[in-house]
Design a protein around this ligand. Structure first.
Ligand SMILES: Cc1cc2nc3c(=O)[nH]c(=O)nc-3n(C[C@H](O)[C@H](O)[C@H](O)COP(=O)(O)O)c2cc1C
Length: 446
């Protein structure tokens, strides 16, 4: 079979564009409306997407004046969406810095069971001091420390998910034996950050554990992804950068002793789609015209770790900015934004316009054919295994993509036309079901 795209619908309130909520078609309360998300999930399922995805952070982000703020908790919302959909994968973001492995492993195992094997976890370490202060920590933990904790978090979570063998439940009514204690393996973990006796209080789920997704592209982030991730979300502005990132990540995965095909790289794209290119550009401009720049300035100053009031709207970024090494927040996004501004000599106002659609993800305005061409070209040039589709306006942007771009991708043989017999999210992504670390292969087949 020819290689096919993996598509993930990255859902965000009224759309990824920060001004989307101001359009006449948008409902400013949609972000807390279950019906809105059910409609989006069913639309993505109509487009035979692999999965949908919700971002998250355990704090109120930025100013509530800017756009609809505060979102439904992803695992809770995805549990509701599991009952409203049949096929599509459900990926929730959860932080390793502000959760404990036992509680989180239990929640993801529950979602995987409820959804029939469709759960995924976007593993993030959460940048910023705002979140830290909600958990009794005054300052943002150092970047390397966050990733060290993330690695131990994963090791513990994997032990917990493996703490039940697949056939631990025997349900032998005649003998009066429900489960086999010999097939329960408490982790008894004692580490730097966590002490967890175990076992988990949820049986092993259809996938064994959720699809593991990672979304940070710094050196530490890539090392973490090479070791654990089965899919990677990333922001890339040019095909050259995306190809370099793709090759680097696949090579690191091989060096970590894994099959490079078992990690799927999905850059984000914000598609602005209209029937002519001119209309698409006009729509992009309309959205940009609705940006309130003072919010953009404040967000940029925060991302670049600059004191409030440093940036001037019609000037370039300051000539002197710290190197990525000195940033303890979101390292790779910092480098991407500074690189974009420098490469294209953008003023702060222009940079805010460029970031308005997708916060650093590639924005592409054009006809359905042009959007399909862009996707195909990145896919065939070794820059992507698929895409994070980030509609600027929701629900209309996702509906336009499914109604007009999906048929083109299908006609070119790049996208499935139906879901077929594969049921779990991991199967959709062409990945094997993971083995249980407590069951040796020899014993498993004996
Ligand atoms: C598509 C995408 C989605 C992301 N979603 C989240 C999110 O929901 N929460 C979060 O804290 N970080 C999110 N991130 C950011 C990264 O996880 C990470 O925090 C950031 O890139 C910094 O990581 P780095 O320092 O390794 O680059 C996302 C990144 C990408 C590319």
């Amino acid at each position: 079979m020819t290689r096919q795209l993996h598509l993930n619908a990255f859902l965000m309130t009224t759309g990824h564009h920060e001004a989307s909520w101001r359009l006449p078609e948008s409902d400013p309360y949609a972000h807390v409306d279950l019906a809105h998300y059910v409609r989006l999930a069913r639309t993505a399922e109509r487009g035979t997407f692999d999965s949908l995805f919700l971002a998250d952070g355990p704090h109120l982000w930025g100013s509530v004046a800017q756009r609809p703020a505060g979102a439904l908790e992803p695992l809770t919302l995805l549990t509701a969406l599991a009952t409203a959909t049949e096929h599509i994968g459900l990926i929730a973001t959860a932080s390793t810095s502000y959760n404990s492995p036992y509680n989180l492993a239990r929640k993801f195992a529950s979602l995987d069971i409820i959804s029939g094997g469709r759960a995924g976890w976007n593993i993030v370490t959460t940048a910023g001091a705002e979140a830290a202060r909600n958990f009794g920590i005054d300052e943002e933990p150092a970047h390397a420390e966050r990733y060290a904790r993330a690695a131990e978090f994963l090791d513990v979570a994997l032990k917990l998910w493996d703490s039940w063998e697949d056939d631990a439940i025997v349900a032998d009514k005649a003998a009066g034996v429900w489960g086999d204690d010999a097939k329960i393996h408490p982790p008894r973990h004692r580490g730097t950050y966590f002490s967890v006796e175990g076992a988990l209080n949820v049986p092993r789920s259809p996938q064994g554990y959720p699809l593991l997704v990672q979304a940070g592209s710094s050196e530490d982030g890539k090392a973490f992804a090479a070791r654990y991730a089965e899919a990677v979300f990333t922001a890339q502005q040019t095909v050259e950068e995306a190809r370099a990132f793709y090759a680097d990540l696949k090579a690191r995965t091989v060096a970590a002793g894994r099959d490079p095909d078992h990690i799927k790289v999905l850059p984000g794209i914000v598609p602005v789609i209209c029937s002519t290119e001119a209309e698409a550009r006009a729509h992009e401009q309309l959205l940009e015209d609705h940006i309130v720049h003072r919010h953009g300035v404040a967000n940029l100053e925060r991302l670049l770790h600059l004191p409030a009031g440093t940036l001037e709207l019609d000037a370039l970024l300051p000539a002197e900015l710290p190197p990525e090494d000195a940033i303890e927040g979101a390292k790779s996004r910092y480098t991407l934004v500074v690189g974009l501004a420098r490469r294209e000599r953008l003023t702060v106002r222009q940079l805010i316009g460029r970031l308005g659609g997708g916060r650093g993800h590639l924005t592409f305005a054009g006809t359905p054919e042009q959007v399909a061409d862009a996707i195909e070209s990145w896919f065939t040039q070794g820059a992507a295994d698929g895409f994070n589709i980030m509609p600027p306006v929701l629900p209309s942007g996702l509906e336009t993509f499914v109604d007009h771009v999906v048929p083109i991708l299908r006609a070119r043989g790049l996208l499935r036309t139906a879901y077929g017999p594969r049921r779990t999210l991991r199967e959709r992504y062409g990945l094997p079901r993971p083995a249980n670390q407590y069951v040796t292969p020899a014993l498993a087949t004996a």
